[in-house]
Design a protein around this ligand. Structure first.
Ligand SMILES: CC(=O)SCCNC(=O)CCNC(=O)[C@H](O)C(C)(C)COP(=O)(O)OP(=O)(O)OC[C@H]1O[C@@H](n2cnc3c(N)ncnc32)[C@H](O)[C@@H]1OP(=O)(O)O
Length: 224
């Protein structure tokens, strides 16, 4: 039987392990993998930390949950994992989330409790959608993007790859937020936001453009 592990003994992985009965469809969770050797051999949120990513060389077809929110770290880890084996990345959706009919959710994405996703939404790979988010109809979310708790997205909002939406942010309908943008907590976005930018406030204004190295793995995963 395929084994199921969480990669990353941090806050996202800890949430999933602590609440596994609220996500599981009966699968056994075997434990965590984390490259921080100070965690090895210890227990985290009720499950053992079995070793670093190299541990997976013994289990090349395993199922993995990437328990990491920050997009840059997540993408580095996935690149490494693709060099170790041919893993399966199931989408992990809380039983207390509401997902409309007519929604597509790609591999590796995690959806926390209290989130509602309306019809027509397309959610990419390795996205993390934290507690109590509301996605209006026809929202698009690119790979690796992370929504902090309480994000509200108007209909047809289109979010690119690796975007970080801060706690309590909202968008007007049809807004486009381009790749690797960071939107500060409680912002109300009423105009499109360019790539590699940082913005905040009500209404959201650009703070500055930031530099993020394009370290994303070579295009196995794309936006819709
Ligand atoms: C479960 C979880 O915990 S999920 C994580 C939840 N956390 C978040 O959502 C945090 C989101 N991050 C933020 O809001 C950050 O403040 C950022 C990314 C917008 C800006 O961070 P930094 O680049 O470090 O900016 P810095 O703190 O230097 O502030 C720059 C300016 O922006 C202002 N500013 C920063 N954040 C905000 C904000 N959310 N809203 C309005 N203004 C802001 C600051 O007051 C400062 O203004 P000044 O130049 O007039 O003094």
């Amino acid at each position: 039987m395929d084994k199921l592990f969480i990669v990353g003994a941090g806050s996202v992985g800890g949430h999933i392990a602590s609440n596994w009965e609220g996500y599981s469809k009966g699968q056994k969770l075997w434990g965590f993998l984390d490259d921080d050797s100070s965690k090895h051999g210890k227990e985290f949120c009720g499950y053992p930390v079995l070793g670093g990513l190299d541990f997976l060389k013994n289990y090349p077809g395993s199922k993995l949950i990437i328990g990491i929110a920050f997009s840059q770290i997540k993408s580095k880890i996935i690149t490494r994992l693709n060099n170790i084996g041919n893993f399966i990345f199931p989408a992990i959706i809380s039983k207390n989330a509401w997902i409309s009919n007519g929604v597509n959710i790609a591999e590796g994405t995690i959806i926390y409790p209290g989130t509602a996703v309306n019809y027509g939404c397309e959610i990419g790979s390795f996205v993390v959608i934290n507690m109590n988010c509301a996605l209006g109809h026809d929202v698009i979310i690119g790979d690796y993007t992370s929504l902090a708790p309480g994000v509200n997205l108007g209909g047809h909002t289109n979010i690119g790859i690796g975007v970080e939406m801060g706690i309590g942010t909202s968008t007007k309908q049809t807004i486009r937020i381009e790749d690797f943008a960071i939107v500060g907590g409680q912002a109300m976005v009423i105009e499109d936001i360019p790539a590699y930018s940082k913005s905040a406030g009500v209404p959201a204004k650009l703070l500055l453009r930031h530099e993020i190295k394009k370290i994303y793995p070579n295009l196995k995963y794309n936006t819709f």
